[in-house]
Design a protein around this ligand. Sequence first.
Ligand code: SAH
Length: 403
Amino acid sequence: MSEFPPYPSGLRLAGRRVVVVGGGNVAQRRVPVLIASGADVTLVSPVVTPAIEGLVPEITIELREFVDSDVEGAWYVIAATANPEVNARVSRAAEARRIFCVRADDASEATAWTPATGRHEGVTVAVLANREPRKSAAMRDEILVALREGVITATHDRTPGVVLVGGGPGDPELVTIAARNALASADVVVADRLAPRELLDELGPHVELIDVAKLPRGRSASQEEINRLIIDRALAGKRVVRFKGGDNFVFGRGYEEMLACAEAGVPVTVVPGLTSAISVPARAGIPVTHRGVAHEFTVISGHLPPGHRDSLVNWSAVAQLRGTVVLLMAVDNAAAIATALVAGGRPPGTPAAVVVEGTMPGEQRVLTTLGALGADIAALGLRPPAIIVIGDVVAVANPDHYG
Ligand code: SAH
């Protein structure tokens, strides 16, 4: 029987009864995929792992030994116990009813095999390497990587519209898979200064790259120009990726672009990114929370100094908080902000850190205190982009420095 290759087929299991016998590691791996396919899963086993138990009510569990009638009415059966005799019994019960059944222990006796599978943008990849599970898994991995990296590109969504893509803090390794896919599908990429630039080298020659850093200066004027640009291209049938550093909705004006697109009837998709507010401190070894040290962290834009008439920040309220304060765009106003926080009650000895160009080749880390923050930034000539972290988490991460 086994000299013939298997006949591949995609089972459509939504709403159909599938019986899994066994409650250990094999079942634990198989059941989530069955749930994802919409199958009506009944699992039979006298004992199950806590992870499987946690899948109720998405599946039904019968905590008892298998009986032949369990497979009654099933479309598909998986024999995944640690006991070959039980698996053989399950297999026989299924075969007698002409139900396909996979066996975890002995593929040669089974009527069906489980391929190594993965999904990428709505495409399911399934590999059967003639009962060599390691080989099929390795092959599956290579295919998925090739799909993600755009080596195989037939599957990309090229629907016209705008995709707002967060590029993470700067290190190209820290973009999401969704961000990579979006870039690979783009006709036009509109990139900010802080978006991870290395990735732009990978764009195909047909892709129009618009560097926003090179547009005429002036905050609101250039934002209007960006809105017009992305809308015009999308209405012309292009797939436009708006590529920014960190997350587009954290001081990234992403929602302004979304509203402008909505008004123009342009469809928008959002690909969240790893915000620098959390990831830059993390890479610098500083947790924004730590048990028993900080029960909150507050992320604040420091682009306006305290007391500025357009400021929306209640600095004296911030000074009263005990947790971590993370400042973005605050290099120029750091001294004034520190003064306001100390005036509001934060001790000047509160540990503080400045991370310049976090996760990038030129990264620079400076440890200081709230009281010395402004003077240290000036003395060292620190320039944006920088994240400033204020709070005891900085000392927890650097006990030697703060003794
Ligand atoms: N949307 C971005 C933030 C945009 S505001 C995000 O979610 O990360 C720009 C500010 O972000 C910079 O002035 C700086 O304070 C911070 N920033 C972004 N990337 C940074 C990096 N790699 N290192 C240090 N600070 C960074």
